[in-house]
Design a protein. Sequence first.
Length: 297
Amino acid sequence: MATTAAAMAATSVVVLDRGNNTTCTINLHGATVVSWRVNNQEQLFVSKLASFDGKKAIRGGIPFVFPQFGAWSFGPQHGFARITRWHLERAPDRLHNGDVEAIFSLMDNEFTRSIWNYQFRITYRLILREKELHFHIGVYNPSKELSFSFNMLLHTYLKVPDVRRCQITGLHGCHFIDKTRENALYQEGREVVTVNEWTDRIYQHTPQEHVITNVVSGRKMRLHKYNFPDTVIWNPWIDRSREMSDFGDDEFPNMLCVEAGNVTSPVILLPGTAFEASQILQIIIEGNVSRKTKRNR
Ligand code: BG6
């Protein structure tokens, strides 16, 4: 593609265009994926009240949570990566098979060191396929002496017609911390999880795959993850929606957060070592899945 990294980085958004009205838009503020359209159908929820002022985290899409999940005595909730401007390392580039790739990076700077005094380098590689979006993350510790520990999570807001009709697989038998019940620990007894009230749970040691039913157009979405042992399920429901200035009171039925991450046991990165994790979001086209997945690998 003709656009250079420098020209794109001058603006705030980067667009991957796969053709057939299949695009992915990333805002450099937080390297937040703010749109993923497949054949012109938006798959991600972004609030109508989301702020794009480059200060607050963007309410919706896929914010990048690092190096802290949740409240943090040193800095902002969910860390600084989602409120820092990232660098476009490689502008969108078409691969031989027609897929489109772009790479973003974030390094420590004066701002990050004022909160968390460690050197680090993150690379975030996104690949847009016909019906899939791939996320590959690398974190490197360039220090010669200091180790650091961190949480990381992809805070995916799925767009759904009615959250009450969604089912999430893969959580049966998993232990979870229920943030709506003073962080008590429970074990999931349901085959599939549904959301019918304020929900804020950190499921631990979850399998590599979840399927979420009744997303856009009544389809199913597969979330495949590697090196992300936890899955957070969140919906603020009515009362908590009212408390958020950047979220409409009536929007909660149209979103479901399924968030893959390292939350309950932080990752410890020794000097000179790297950590890798990835996620794939895939729209399931009934009857055609295994063939397509195989061909794409
Ligand atoms: C979820 C947390 O991941 O993010 C919730 O489990 C939190 O507790 C939610 O409310 C949204 O967080 P924020 O900082 O974007 O309002």
